[in-house]
Design a protein around this ligand. Structure first.
Ligand code: ADP
Ligand code: MG
Length: 238
């Protein structure tokens, strides 16, 4: 587990400034939700934390370690995407263990990690199935399993539920939160859905056009919105 310290981070693509100085302190073990309208820079920020985008300015630290120039593979960070491509020809167990296999971890150890993750996610009876034989929710759980087996210091989620139907989305919110309760790992969770943010977050960071409008516990944003944008975004119907 580790804290994440995002300090005055900026990102430009050519002449376009996409992130204009973002600072966030994520405590060890916190569940922080980044929320904001489409295009405000949420994915870009997560990708920078994961090392998938370069940093145009500022610093990102995980624990005491400056991440700015650390290659993605050397960061103890796991990312769960919306379009979690599972390998169709592999079983659930093989999908979950694949990154460990690449790291040349012994088979027995991989099996143990996969079984532990499967137990947490309720996937134990499905370990020998292939992705085509799974429901959307089960596939999403496998995608989370792939992240869990790596024992990351930080989990990053980028709109992991947006491909699921409304009912399943509500169920998966609860599952991700209980995963957090159980692992107590630091999690940064991106969504454009203010209800998801209000129900899941320890701390909400509301972004707009590359800046933070307000950050704080859900009730604070709800009861004491800092400006009209916050009030409009948080208070709009689902
Ligand atoms: P969000 O995830 O909040 O919807 P993004 O981080 O995906 O927003 O994108 C923020 C802005 O950055 C958008 O205007 C998007 O078009 C732009 N952007 C993202 N990636 C690139 C890129 N590789 N090149 C140019 N512009 C990009
Ligand atoms: Mg995005």
């Amino acid at each position: 587990m580790a804290s994440v310290d995002i300090r005055n981070v900026r990102k430009s693509f050519g002449k376009t400034d996409v992130l204009k100085g973002i600072s966030i302190d994520v405590d060890d073990g916190q569940f922080v939700v980044l929320v904001g309208p489409s295009g405000c820079g949420k994915s870009t920020l997560l990708r920078m934390i994961a090392g998938l985008e370069t940093i145009s300015g500022g610093d990102i630290k995980v624990g005491d370690d400056l991440m700015n120039a650390v290659p993605p593979k050397e960061r103890d960070i796991a990312m769960v995407f919306q379009n979690y491509a599972l390998y169709p020809h592999m079983t659930v167990a093989q999908n979950m263990g694949f990154s460990l296999k690449l790291k040349k971890i012994p088979k027995a150890e991989i099996r143990k990690k996969v079984e532990q993750a499967a137990e947490i996610l309720g996937l134990t009876p499905l370990l020998e199935r292939r992705p085509a034989q799974l429901s959307g929710g089960q596939r999403q759980r496998v995608a989370m399993g792939r992240a869990i087996v790596r024992d990351p210091k930080v989990f990053l989620f980028d709109e992991p539920l947006s491909n699921l139907d409304a009912k399943l989305r509500v169920q998966m919110r609860t599952e991700i939160k209980s995963l957090h309760q159980r692992l107590r790992t630091t999690m940064l969770y991106v969504t454009h859905d203010q209800i998801e943010a209000l129900t899941m977050a320890d701390v909400i960071v509301l972004m707009n056009e590359g800046r933070i409008e307000q950050a704080g516990p859900p009730l604070e944003l709800y009861d004491l919105p800092a400006n009209m944008f916050v009030a409009g975004f948080i208070g709009s119907p689902a």
